[in-house]
Design a protein around this ligand. Structure first.
Ligand code: THU
Length: 158
């Protein structure tokens, strides 16, 4: 029997250490929180995506009285990017949240969104940086969506 260990590398940044384009992405994610529709969970999530052409696309969680019909912020953002700019590679996503957990912790993408983000990397043959942050706390960077989903199911498995 061989034990195989997988490791996840994260980087932590103070706001002052962030690259300028990521500061802007954080600001746009925060500004988008007002567009979240979260009357059931009272937990707002916003994702801002920086495309290779410099355009920023935002998405927010959109809930539904039939709970599973709701869509996460990351899913909304990625679908919008792919629908409006199908030929432009997404470079980085900043995810921020508001409510419920009283901003005590940084939330990472759910499992289904990790799968969606991995598909994006395959589609554009490029890593997507994931940044997680809320105001007043250090910001976390994950270099690639794939790092968040070890042993992901990918087109290579089909
Ligand atoms: N949510 C997201 O938007 N992204 C995630 O990755 C995790 C959860 C939303 C879904 C739902 O509207 C609310 O947060 C509570 O689960």
């Amino acid at each position: 029997m061989n034990e195989i260990n997988l490791t996840l590398k994260l980087s932590s940044y103070t706001k002052a250490e962030l690259p300028d384009e990521i500061v802007l992405l954080f600001e746009q994610a925060k500004a988008a929180l007002k567009d979240a529709y979260a009357p059931y969970s009272k937990f707002k999530v916003a994702a801002a995506v920086l495309l290779d052409n410099g355009i920023v696309v935002t998405g927010t969680n959109q809930e539904n009285a039939a709970y599973p019909a709701g869509i996460c912020a990351e899913g909304t953002a990625m679908s919008t990017c792919a629908s409006l700019y199908p030929d432009v590679k997404p470079k980085a996503m900043f995810i921020t949240t508001e409510g419920r957990n009283k901003n005590k912790s940084i939330a990472a993408p759910c499992g289904i969104c990790r799968q969606r983000l991995v598909e994006t990397e395959y589609r554009y043959k490029s890593k997507l940086e994931i940044w997680l942050g809320i105001e007043g706390q250090d910001i976390i960077k994950i270099n690639s969506a794939k790092d968040l989903l070890p042993m992901a199911f990918t087109p290579d498995d089909l």
